[in-house]
Ligand binder design. Sequence first.
Ligand code: ZN
Length: 157
Amino acid sequence: MTPAPIDIPDEIRAQVYVHALAAFPAECCGYLVGARAGVVDAVVACTNAQDQGAHPTHPERGADTGFVIAGAELLAFARAFDGDRPPRVVYHSHTNGRAYFSSVDQDLASGPAYPVQHLVVGVADGRVTEAALFAWSDNAYVEVARWQGPREGGSTA
Ligand SMILES: [Zn+2]
């Protein structure tokens, strides 16, 4: 049975897009918090510790190397699960413009490591191309929602 996607309001997703674009060509990561039921309503942007070891001459190799929340940010993230506004969605970007859950992502998140869904944002050429949400189902993360990136110039195509 496919899990239900957590409800992410458009304005929250827009804030994630802003972070993903600001971080480009690096990958961004962070998480969304909210009450234990219902929509998520705030974005917590983190530093991607993975990028500290990224390949500056091969930015495309960064697109599939995963993401790491580390140090004080990881501590705050882990502690927040005990509060009344826990992390419910973890997000990161892919700089090859594609929103999918890579094998590296599966390895990092499996267990699942935390009781969260994962939002992946595809960024390329300075714009968000697509985004998708993944939820734990039996023994792997599966896609439960997908969005096309905002179009430039107000086209509805
Ligand atoms: Zn990924």
